[in-house]
Write a protein of this length. Structure first.
Length: 317
């Protein structure tokens, strides 16, 4: 490679939904919805405000499978080596950021960067704890698994089980304590204060451990080949599709819909397939497939190809 005379490389950010805690591609529409929010957050909350990236140098594509690619092609960044690119990812991931150091600044009206994100995380965690207190066991399980994954990854000790989170949700119901926590004074939680900090670190609105869910290997590899727009993904049969940045915003006036616009193969005719897995959910345009192993589904060529390539179905005999 050294003899080839390397000239530079795009900055590429690869976001895959199956990396998110509590998210599985077995519920494909829900996974895509979450990762599109994360991809927009990566640009809107990190790349543009923190690094000053300009939209004119950006190319956004649906990967054809589980996420999105953000290609940044500013010539002034082409020369960056792997270590410099790793530093960009480290900032996005929040490596070295201590929640405790940012709590006071996080509630200031002019807070920016990680302080602003921690402030947003306080509100998000309090809201989720209220939902847990109301009896949402599914959310409790999701929060617990995300917390455990983050703590194990970063080697953090401390409270992490469902019972501890339930107790914290109970403590948050006291009005005076709640007001102090929302003001960033989490010492009011006593021996549960560290648990609250760790919940902020693990919360998907902040994701201090892996913010934006970028695939670090892709970003730091200066010789990485990435899927070409217009090509078909071999695990879905869907098209790698380029679209404007404004449509990445899921709350915008015209959000990109990859489960419609990413379909490349024929929607005509029909093919019978037999499902070979349980609890797999797919969507093609407005049609949702939620079937169990052994069920026979009649669907167009694009849908059949997707289900078979995913390993969720086979051609019915």
């Amino acid at each position: 490679m050294a003899d080839k005379g390397w000239l530079g490389a795009d900055l590429i950010f690869d976001l895959d939904g199956d990396h998110l805690p509590g998210v599985t591609d077995k519920d494909f529409p829900a996974m895509i919805e979450v990762i599109q929010e994360q991809a927009w957050s990566l640009w809107n909350d990190f790349l543009e405000p923190d690094f000053g990236f300009k939209e004119e140098h950006l190319q956004v594509t649906f990967s054809g499978h589980r996420g999105f690619h953000l290609h940044y092609r500013d010539p002034s960044y082409f020369h960056l080596g792997s270590e410099a690119r790793r530093e960009l990812v480290s900032h996005i991931r929040g490596e070295g950021v201590e929640v405790s150091d940012l709590l006071e600044r996080s509630r200031h009206p002019d807070a920016n960067g990680w302080a602003k994100r921690v402030g947003r995380g306080i509100d998000s965690v309090v809201e989720k704890l209220d939902t847990v207190y109301s009896g949402d066991t599914k959310l409790l399980s999701t929060i617990t698994s995300g917390l455990q994954e983050m703590m194990d990854r970063e080697g953090i000790k401390g409270l992490r089980g469902k019972s501890s989170i339930e107790k914290l949700s109970e403590l948050m119901q006291a009005p005076s304590r709640r007001a102090r926590v929302l003001d960033g004074r989490i010492a009011a939680l006593n021996n549960h204060a560290l648990l609250f900090q760790n919940l902020i670190r693990a919360d998907t609105s902040v994701v201090l451990g892996n913010a934006g869910e970028t695939d670090e290997v892709v970003t730091i590899d200066t010789r990485r080949q990435i899927r070409w727009p217009g090509s078909l993904h071999g695990k879905t049969g869907m098209r790698v599709t380029e679209f404007p940045l404004s449509r990445l915003d899921p709350d915008g006036p015209n959000p990109f819909s990859c489960l419609s616009e990413g379909i490349a193969l024929s929607r005509e005719g029909s093919v019978k397939v037999e499902m070979v897995v349980d609890d797999a959910i797919a969507r093609f345009d407005d049609r949702v497939i939620d079937a169990s192993s052994g069920d026979i589904i009649e669907i167009h060529e694009a849908g059949a190809t997707f289900l078979i390539l995913k390993g969720w179905a086979r051609l019915a005999t």
